[in-house]
Design a protein around this ligand. Structure first.
Ligand SMILES: *[C@@H]1O[C@H](CO)[C@@H](O)[C@H](O)[C@H]1NC(C)=O
Ligand SMILES: *[C@@H]1O[C@H](CO)[C@@H](O)[C@H](O)[C@H]1NC(C)=O
Ligand SMILES: *[C@@H]1O[C@H](CO)[C@@H](O)[C@H](O)[C@H]1NC(C)=O
Ligand SMILES: *[C@@H]1O[C@H](CO)[C@@H](O)[C@H](O)[C@H]1NC(C)=O
Ligand SMILES: *[C@@H]1O[C@H](CO)[C@@H](O)[C@H](O)[C@H]1NC(C)=O
Length: 357
């Protein structure tokens, strides 16, 4: 598996080199404002959550003192990132965007923490995906130092939710439009003084159903407005990874609904897009998504036992039979029983958001 990963990484580097440099149209100031847009969202989310729920609420949901202290630290970090990026933009003579109004679907501690974990994962993917586009080395260093902290937030929250803290050897990068697609449903209105970012959202793609997902599971996907329902020929599904798209079996069920089978090679917080054709999965041919799919492991409780998950993937012989939408066992044998609920909450959260917009 390791050998395969290295071989694939080599292929990805080749691809990157082949990408025309002239295509880069986004400036460093745009990227900092894009990062700031996400930090505003995250900072507002934690601020609201820590107002909504008391320490006791967290304790009642099974969290402890240390966790609550660390959660406050996470909230403070996001606020510091906000202030830092705002200052960096001002210092560079650019106009920093201000906070927007947000709509988060969380209504209790479980939903809040599940969404926190997803947002941290999106943050990691966003910084990772943007890194290669940052020209100024000083900004790149600053963005990288934020990225590593977001990654630790993500790992900590995932572990607290009994998910593997580092489910695979590579994190998944998302590009600007992909991130905007998953973030924009939470943004309800922004100050008119915020400059428009050169990003666009693809038609949304949401996973329905609340059961745990693993390799071989089938997942129902629902497209949102903007998706051309009469044009489902030549539509494919790809999971986005740093080493390139991992294509997955897709079935159209009509009315913009699809069923995708989770392929081998994706684990943890994963992103699936629908594409026109299966030669690439880029801004030029994505027709919906990404949808966020948490792909669990057959291994233990996310305590790190047995090392990386990719090496412990079930071989094809032990994959879930395709067509089983609801695997009968959860991916985390030692996980608390609330685990299924956590997945359910996130699934429900994104469905609720999809319904809103
Ligand atoms: C805070 O509570 C309000 C009212 O219930 C809810 O609409 C909002 O989504 C909650 N926010 C978070 C982050 O939990
Ligand atoms: C990068 O940004 C820093 C901070 O704004 C600035 O001092 C420096 O001159 C920039 N470097 C280049 C090569 O533009
Ligand atoms: C408190 O919760 C955190 C996060 O889940 C966990 O890592 C830690 O072991 C817990 N501490 C105690 C004393 O149970
Ligand atoms: C946010 O919502 C409030 C209350 O609806 C409104 O007064 C305010 O103008 C909104 N702010 C932005 C930035 O859209
Ligand atoms: C939708 O797809 C159909 C079939 O390819 C095409 O004829 C039609 O023009 C498309 N509609 C839009 C709005 O793009």
């Amino acid at each position: 598996m390791k050998v395969t990963n290295i071989a694939l990484a080599g292929a990805a580097i080749g691809l990157t080199n082949a990408t025309p440099v002239a295509k880069r149209a986004i400036t460093d100031a745009d990227i900092l404002n894009y990062a700031l847009t996400l930090e505003h969202l995250e900072a507002s989310f934690y601020e609201e959550g820590l107002k909504n729920y008391t320490k006791e609420d967290f304790m009642n949901a099974g969290m402890n003192d240390t966790f609550y202290t660390n959660l406050q630290e996470i909230a403070a970090d996001e606020k510091t990132h906000e202030t830092f990026l705002t200052g960096a933009l001002s210092a560079a003579g650019a106009s920093p965007v201000a906070r927007c109004n947000y709509t988060f679907p969380a209504t209790d501690v479980k939903g809040f923490l599940a969404l926190a974990s997803v947002l941290e994962g999106v943050g990691v993917s966003a910084y990772l995906g943007a890194a290669g586009s940052i020209m100024n080395a000083t900004y790149l260093g600053a963005a990288a130092s934020i990225l590593t902290v977001e990654a630790r937030h993500s790992a900590y929250l995932r572990a607290a939710l009994a998910e593997s803290p580092f489910p695979q050897a590579f994190d998944n990068p998302l590009d600007f439009n992909e991130v905007y697609t998953v973030a924009s449903p939470f943004i309800s209105s922004c100050p008119s003084t915020n400059g428009a970012l050169p990003v666009k959202a693809f038609p949304s793609l949401t996973m329905s159903g609340s059961s745990a997902v693993m390799t071989g599971s089938t997942v129902q996907l629902m497209t949102g407005s903007g998706f051309n329902m009469s044009n489902t020929d030549d539509i494919y599904a790809a999971f986005i990874t740093v080493t390139g798209p991992v294509w997955a079996t897709l079935k159209s069920n009509g009315k913009g609904m699809f069923t995708v089978t989770v392929p081998k090679g994706v684990a943890g917080q994963s992103y699936v897009v629908l594409t026109k054709g299966n030669k690439m999965a880029t801004d030029d041919n994505i027709v919906a998504g990404p949808a966020i799919v948490e792909v669990g492991s057959m291994m233990g409780s996310g305590s790190g036992m047995g090392g990386s998950m990719t090496t412990s993937w079930p071989s094809s012989g032990t994959m879930m039979p395709s067509g089983s939408a609801s695997p009968s066992h959860t991916p985390f044998n030692a996980a608390p029983s609330s685990k299924g609920d956590m997945f359910g909450v996130v699934g429900a959260a994104f469905i609720a958001v999809a319904a809103l917009f």
